[in-house]
Design a binder for this molecule. Structure first.
Ligand code: SAH
Ligand code: DHB
Ligand code: MG
Length: 222
């Protein structure tokens, strides 16, 4: 019951506030046709990420977890022409679909997609030397403690860090969970609360994707 109402309200919000955009619809359709799991951010969440990127004036964005590039496209649309988003994806199949979506959207020049386990590709970014203005963490939740450490290393002071899926239908409360993703999320909260170099909060969300939440943090020092 609750889920039906959350989805209906999400549809209402999207109908009122998001203009229909064939680029995003085509991306979701290509993902579906390719059999990708439908775990992209929702349209309303994608627009939130887009607005946050504009709010911080982001020119350099790092995304961990590309899937079919749906969230990548929302970020790319927020960047200036010479801005860029580096997006990291483990699966060559997901990455191939994402590349098609990015090309079809005409955003190829802004997107730097790197294939491989993020813990292997993140260290290479340090050599690039360009600090990120916004980091979006949305890959395998078990590695979130490590992704947070990398975000702090790679982001500038004042950067925004956003972490998806930190509530997971309330399962984050279960200290006895043997799910590595819940263990990783709970460890993330431990670290986030003790870390003095950023200031963080988390917001629960309901909608088309159920009950979940985002954590958000600003880098104070790195
Ligand atoms: N941000 C996307 C959704 C990402 S889903 C969107 O909203 O549109 C999570 C993605 O992380 C999946 O494509 C998965 O293959 C990828 N992933 C899982 N483990 C990973 C790892 N170790 N390194 C990089 N990507 C990983
Ligand atoms: C899953 C992953 C996500 O990033 C998400 O937003 C929703 C679900 C998952 O792995 O189940
Ligand atoms: Mg997610």
């Amino acid at each position: 019951m609750a889920q039906d109402e959350w989805s209906a309200v999400d549809a209402y919000i999207v109908g009122k506030l998001l203009s229909q955009d064939p680029v995003f619809e085509a991306a979701l359709e290509r993902n579906r046709a390719a059999g990708l799991p439908p775990i992209d951010v929702s349209p309303a969440q994608g627009k939130l990420l887009h607005l946050l990127a504009r709010l911080v004036g982001a020119r350099n964005i790092l995304e961990i977890g590309t899937l079919g590039g749906y969230s990548t496209l929302w970020f790319a649309r927020a960047l200036p022409l010479d801005g860029r988003i580096v997006t990291l994806e483990f699966s060559p199949i997901h990455a191939a679909v994402a590349l098609e979506n990015i090309q079809a959207a005409g955003e190829g020049a802004k997107v730097d997609l790197r294939v491989g386990p993020a813990l292997d590709t993140l260290p290479l970014l340090e050599q690039d030397g360009v600090p990120f203005d916004l980091v979006f963490i949305d890959a395998d939740k078990r590695n979130n403690p490590d992704y947070l450490r990398w975000a702090l290393r790679l982001a500038r002071v004042g950067a925004l860090i956003v972490i998806d899926n930190v509530v997971r239908g309330g399962r984050v409360l279960d200290p006895a969970s043997d799910d590595p993703d819940i263990i990783g999320t709970r460890r993330f909260f431990e670290i986030a609360g003790e870390e003095k170099r950023w200031s963080a909060t988390a917001i629960q969300t309901v909608g088309a994707k159920g009950w979940d939440g985002f954590a958000l943090a600003i880098v104070e020092q790195n």
